[in-house]
Write a protein that binds this ligand. Structure first.
Ligand SMILES: Nc1ncnc2c1ncn2[C@@H]1O[C@H](COP(=O)(O)OP(=O)(O)OP(=O)(O)O)[C@@H](O)[C@H]1O
Length: 240
């Protein structure tokens, strides 16, 4: 089996702190994987390691048939990995349209870029309505939609999103997830989504990998995992 993303024994340290302690992960093309787990579990570090933003101390990351461990972020992005970081980092003084255009980076396929722009505006109609508004004036939910759309404008093979629901009202989070699920249906795009809680994994039915203290503690279809198993893995409790 060849995977779009295959991670083996990944270890990352920040000085004396071990953030990832031998993590294994696989993702098939077209699959959605939800990575969950409590504060400090290593979820953001995992994203950053794939993106080339932090350097692993050990282990390997293969993306789309290329060994990318420790390679430069722009090289990994050019291979088709697009990351939407935590905290909705839209360029506040630029318009919505400018934010989207900047997402296209080095893409030269103009027709495909135009088609993608049309697609993201259909996916998030608010982007069309507010195309010429400064991104900093958008609500939190609208900014989240904008940064996801900007990530899509890179034309990725794999879109990774760090905590899309962070700080959003549940109904706004619903809208964001409806768009992500539509994206999955329309384009069979591979998605790697980080969330602290497993709620959204259960709702989407995507395969879930739960991390705690830098290790994988639970993996599977969240609809068949029991609430007890999830709680025990999340809090690190022994089975009773
Ligand atoms: N730049 C850094 N310098 C030092 N330690 C860090 C740094 N970034 C993360 N850590 C530590 O590494 C561990 C994993 O952090 P990480 O942010 O990857 O976890 P997380 O699961 O994404 O948590 P959260 O849900 O709070 O974002 C934590 O102990 C954290 O304090």
């Amino acid at each position: 089996m060849t995977y779009l993303l295959e991670i083996r024994d990944l270890q990352v340290r920040y000085g004396g702190i071990a953030a990832l302690r031998g993590l294994d992960l696989t993702l098939e093309a077209g699959e959605t994987l939800m990575v969950t787990g409590p504060n400090g579990a290593g979820k953001s570090t995992l994203m950053k390691a794939i993106a080339g933003l932090v350097k692993p101390g050990a282990g390997r990351i293969d993306f789309d048939g290329h060994l990318v461990t420790g390679r430069a972020p722009e090289t990994i992005a050019a291979l088709g990995f697009s990351m939407v970081p935590e905290g909705r980092q839209a360029f506040g003084s630029m318009t919505v349209l400018e934010n989207l255009r900047i997402g296209t980076g080095m893409r030269r396929d103009r027709l495909a870029v135009a088609a993608d722009l049309e697609y993201v505006m259909e996916l998030f109609p608010m982007l069309r309505d507010r195309a010429h508004v400064q991104a900093g004036l958008l609500s939190g939910g609208q900014q989240q939609m904008l940064v996801i759309a900007r990530g899509l404008m890179a034309g990725p093979r794999l879109l990774a999103i760090d905590e899309p629901s962070l700080g959003l009202a549940p109904n706004v989070t619903d809208q964001v997830y409806e768009a992500l699920m539509r994206l999955r249906r329309d384009r069979q795009l591979s998605l790697l989504i980080v969330e602290q809680s497993s709620t959204r994994a259960v709702m989407t039915g995507a395969r879930m990998l739960m991390l705690r203290e830098g290790r994988s503690v639970l993996e599977g279809d969240p609809r068949t995992l029991t609430a007890d198993a999830m709680r025990q893995a999340y809090f690190g409790l022994e089975a009773v």
